[in-house]
Write a protein that binds this ligand. Structure first.
Ligand code: ATR
Length: 266
């Protein structure tokens, strides 16, 4: 009998998770049925409960339910505790609900797979919403020399550092930085609606800094800016999408699927 997994969100029609997980399952020889579940705002807890009651193996959680997924869980990983958000749920042998957030480790793994060094580097994270909160601590744990956060609303950047640790600087997008960064990660949602993004002046060293946008499937304003500024390399979030999915799959099935091509955008 096939294992049953699903992604829950609203909206969810755009999700690439079924394709990715069916690919992993095929590679690993695991029979899998993976579906998309569109849940209403008020119905999330009930949908999760019903999914596991009917024998479901694992869930991915996407917008806008990641925080509620963390609140529902009986056991949370350190990443979930620190970020307050979960993207992966499953039941343990005692039928307790377990939660992980694989976004941050997925980003770190994706950058490493691209050959980008994190340890000892100067890293700037732009954005301080849910996406930034989910990746901040794994980035910090990778041992950068500096991990600063710039956000349109600097207080939200300050809150991440206060809540999750680190001794980086939090500042606004209007600021001029003294020393460029080796790696600049865009965790704002500006790429989703193609809205203009102001980037702190002097943060990029032409021919040296690497830029990563966590949004995938489109050339974002941040990526266009990075191109104009002659960044050494520019990546979109497709590799992070794959890596976070691999880690979710391994939570459900105990096996980390082999890496597929990051260029295969189907
Ligand atoms: P997500 O879950 O995608 O992180 P979010 O929690 O709504 O979504 O956070 C959106 C982030 O993108 C925030 O950091 C937001 O800045 P504010 O905190 O100042 O609102 C940032 N953002 C979105 N559009 C932006 C834009 N055009 N310019 C600058 N920052 C933007």
């Amino acid at each position: 009998m096939s294992a049953c997994c699903a992604v829950i969100g609203n909206p969810v029609a755009h999700s690439r998770s079924p394709d990715l997980h069916h690919g992993f399952a095929q590679t690993c020889g695991i029979p899998l049925h993976y579906e998309k579940i569109l849940a209403e705002e008020d119905d999330f807890a009930h949908v999760v409960q019903a999914f596991f009651a009917s024998g479901g193996r694992g869930l991915n959680i996407t917008v806008p339910f990641k925080q509620r997924a963390a609140e529902l869980a009986d056991h949370c990983s350190e990443e979930v505790r620190l970020s307050g958000a979960a993207n992966t749920l499953w039941h343990n042998e005692q039928q307790q609900l377990c939660a992980d957030n694989t976004d941050g480790r997925g980003l770190v793994n994706a950058l490493t797979a691209h050959g980008v060094t994190l340890s000892g580097q100067r890293i700037l994270l732009i954005g301080a919403g849910g996406a930034a909160q989910g990746v901040y601590h794994p980035l910090l744990a990778s041992g950068p020399a500096v991990l600063d956060i710039a956000n349109r609303t600097p207080e939200k950047a300050e809150a991440i550092i206060a809540n999750q640790g680190g001794d980086g600087r939090a500042f606004g997008l209007d600021e001029h930085v003294d020393e460029p960064y080796d790696l600049i990660i865009n965790a704002t949602s500006s790429g989703l609606d193609d809205s203009a993004l102001k980037v702190p002046a002097n943060c990029l060293a032409p021919g040296h800094s690497v830029c990563y946008d966590m949004v995938y499937g489109t050339t974002t304003p941040f990526m266009r800016w990075a191109e104009e500024q002659q960044a050494a390399a520019i990546y979109d979030g497709y590799s992070m999408l794959i890596e976070q999915a691999r880690l979710s799959f391994s939570q459900w099935f105990g096996v980390l699927p082999p890496v597929q091509s990051y260029n295969d955008r189907g």
